[in-house]
Design a protein. Structure first.
Length: 404
């Protein structure tokens, strides 16, 4: 039995089988599906459920905490099936339980599970008294689905300690290896995975995240209980600050260089650009081969660093496929405020440089830095000098923007 506070228990599960989250994002260290049991003096309440594949261990966790008591409420903060997938099964074991959500929650619930009865609709600011413990609901639409909400919990809606059941917000990739609360584990591996989780899953919705943070700005949050990753207690303030920074699209003064290459010529150009930028004073430089590095990690680094230079060869009179996919993914994330340069190569048909320019003009809308470099077949002294100039121009732009 994993106790968080005197009357709040962790009943979630770990998934160490899935290789891709949502069929898209790598899970080298697995992922947790977090659910929580709140034991009031009069009523009990389960906060979220888990993916249906893990229902049996989930049910065992619930029964261990409940003992002889019944389950009175299930709060659904988010309807994605990795969190709502056990609802219909739980109803088979606890037929009298009331499911708590907002109007949009129930619209989706009918579509996913055909559940129509035993529902308790709540609006922003509504609360439920469990007896000595109150739950208050904060609607946070588009963080990152239309129905998402968060649940505050405490002796009253204002008295600390306040526990925030935050849904997918403040979550991260990575299974939980024994401990649940951050102060009981080494959290070093979770920070980069939180940034990757945010950039891949929530990143498009910076404005709704900012609106949610404003709703919570006057609330003392002692524990953050997200649906993925550790329960944040010792580092709660750091986690909130990280989400604030990421949702403002603020970035560190560093450079991401992404390139596609078939026979090494474009890669050699990327190396020249990186060397020039480093010699001009850029310390944080990461390089990614778009055909080797999963785009999940590239997107994370584009969120992290202010500068971005991309390059690829022409392929079949168009842009190299993996670069085309990456630029499409970046355009969907709506990342703002990046400095952007580009280069390309071709064997017999010039297209890559023009296509990258089109992506920036029509979709990305980043601030252009330096002059694009176009390489015919392989580097020459002239195009080598142009690559060096592009690296130096990016370094100068990063230094100037950092000084503002």
């Amino acid at each position: 039995m994993k106790k968080i506070t005197e009357n709040i228990f962790y009943v979630g599960v770990n998934d160490r089988h899935k290789s891709l989250f949502e069929g898209l994002w790598p899970l080298p260290c697995g992922v947790s599906y977090n659910a929580y049991m709140v034991m009031g003096q009069e009523k009990t309440c389960l906060i979220d459920t888990v993916e249906a594949d893990f229902f049996i261990p989930f049910l065992e966790n619930i029964r261990e905490v409940l003992g002889e008591r019944t389950l009175d409420y299930i709060v659904v903060n988010h309807m994605e099936p990795d969190h709502s997938g056990s609802l219909a099964l739980l109803r088979q074991y606890y037929p009298q339980v009331e499911i708590v959500g907002n109007k949009k929650t129930f619209d989706m619930m009918h579509g996913f599970y055909k559940i129509e009865e035993g529902l308790k609709e709540v609006k922003n600011g509504d609360s439920i008294d469990l007896g000595g413990t109150q739950l208050q609901f904060v609607l946070t639409p588009m963080v990152h689905w239309p129905e998402t909400m968060m649940t505050l919990c405490g002796p009253s809606v204002t008295a600390p300690p306040t526990i925030l059941f935050s849904g997918d917000a403040f979550g991260c990739f990575g299974a939980l290896n024994g401990a649940v609360v951050d102060e009981q584990m080494n959290c070093d591996g979770f920070w980069a995975e939180m940034e990757r989780y945010y950039s891949n899953i929530v990143g498009k919705y910076g404005t709704p995240v900012q609106m949610a943070l404003k709703k919570l700005s006057g609330v003392h949050v002692d524990y953050i209980c997200a649906t993925h990753g550790p329960v944040w207690h010792q580092y709660a303030e750091r986690v909130i600050a990280l989400y604030d920074r990421l949702s403002r699209y603020e970035a560190e003064p560093g450079l991401v260089i992404c390139y596609g290459t078939m026979y090494g010529n474009t890669e050699r150009a990327a190396e020249v650009i990186a060397t020039a930028a480093a010699e001009a004073g850029v310390k944080n430089i990461v390089m990614h081969n778009v055909s080797k590095t999963h785009h999940s990690y590239i997107i994370r680094d584009v969120f992290r660093y202010r500068g971005l230079i991309v390059g690829a060869p022409t392929y079949n009179t168009g842009l190299y496929h993996e670069m085309n996919v990456l630029l499409d993914e970046l355009s969907q994330k709506d990342i703002k405020g990046r400095l952007f340069g580009w280069f390309g190569s071709y064997g017999w048909a010039s297209k890559a440089v023009a296509e990258i320019a089109r992506w920036n003009g029509e979709k990305l809308h980043y601030e252009q830095v330096g002059e694009p470099v176009e390489i015919r077949q392989s580097l020459t002294p002239e195009t080598t000098a142009q690559c060096q100039a592009l690296g130096r121009a990016m370094a100068e732009a990063l230094v100037n923007q950092n000084a503002q």
